[in-house]
Design a protein around this ligand. Structure first.
Ligand code: HSE
Length: 307
């Protein structure tokens, strides 16, 4: 195989109580990419459609992630990359992660899988570092593994796949403003109180237990964020109202998707997730802010080959 076309899912990082450690992949929102082998031993971005992004390999997250892989590989050729962006940068649903994870997954397939998924995550994290100054893995891991993933440890890296209950659906609303992850990390405090820590790790444990046992009430009770949301939600117009309207519509829980400005909710069943989307949309309609909504199941498989 000399060429591969792939779908790279959008992802929701943090999932309220799991800042920098928890993430999930979406089934129906994502980018496409074509990656092909070339004789010349370099990474070249030959086409980007859908967004204005740098074509220079060392300034593009896909270029940097692919170069990190190539450095560790004994393959003597190179790769050419075409990126078809559907996920807007700065939207909070893992735009940079889709490009960084997609390219390393595709190259690994073309080279007949010399690297493990966890190794692919380490290469993709270099792309995240370029995008946000921090090599966080909570978007690239679910993109590569699918479903929900937990970064149990960064050093050494230890990624755990978490069971995804089938009836779980995500709703995302993206107000049409851009918040860079690097900026929304600058507003965070370096330390948290023990009191907040206790609440947060109680919820993270509860959420993981709820996912494995398919206990939707426990999932809902655990979707709380005492650390990040109170600070970052100030940057997102209408956040409190969107959250309360989502819960009114029957969502299990609602919070900031990644570093925002997108807001996500999880629901049991697609019908409820659709109701949540209309309630969310009504809020932005009311304040005259443009938005996009997505309703999606959780993508069990992550990045995949398409024709
Ligand atoms: N955990 C990261 C953050 C995710 O919240 O900054 C960014 O998508």
């Amino acid at each position: 195989m000399n060429e591969i076309k792939i779908f790279c899912p959008a992802t929701i990082a943090n999932v309220s109580c799991g800042f920098d450690v928890l993430g999930l992949a979406l089934e129906s929102v994502g980018d496409e990419m074509v990656v092909r082998k070339t004789k010349s031993p370099e990474i070249r971005i030959s086409k980007i459609e859908g967004q204005q992004l740098p074509m220079e390999t060392n300034k593009n997250v896909a270029g940097v992630a692919a170069s990190a892989l190539l450095e560790k590989s004994n393959y003597e050729g190179g790769f050419e990359i075409e990126i078809y962006k559907r996920i807007k940068p700065g939207s909070g649903i893992g735009s940079s992660a889709a490009s960084a994870a997609g390219v390393v997954w595709a190259i690994n397939e073309l080279l007949k899988r010399p690297f493990s998924k966890q190794e692919l995550v380490t290469f993709a994290m270099q792309g995240e570092k370029l995008a946000s100054n921090v090599a966080h893995a909570d978007n690239v891991a679910p993109a590569i593994y699918g479903g929900f993933t937990l970064v149990r440890s960064y050093d050494p890296l230890d990624i755990v796949s978490v069971h995804t209950p089938k009836a779980l659906f995500a709703t995302v609303i993206h107000p049409q403003i851009e918040i860079k992850t690097s900026d929304s990390r600058k507003v965070l405090k370096a330390n948290i109180s023990l009191e907040k820590g206790i609440k947060q790790w109680g919820n993270l444990g509860g959420l993981i237990a709820g996912l494995f046992t398919e206990d939707y009430d426990l999932i809902g009770r655990s979707l709380e964020d005492h650390v990040i949301e109170p600070i970052r939600s100030i940057l997102i117009p209408g956040f409190d109202e969107i959250k309360s309207r989502s819960l009114e519509a029957g969502a299990l829980g609602c919070g900031i998707s990644g570093s925002g400005p997108s807001i996500f909710a999880l629901s049991k069943g697609e019908a409820t997730a659709q109701k949540v989307a209309s309630n969310m949309a009504a809020v932005y309609h009311g304040i005259g802010l443009n938005y996009e909504t997505h309703v999606s199941s959780i993508c069990p498989q992550g990045i995949k080959q398409i024709n």
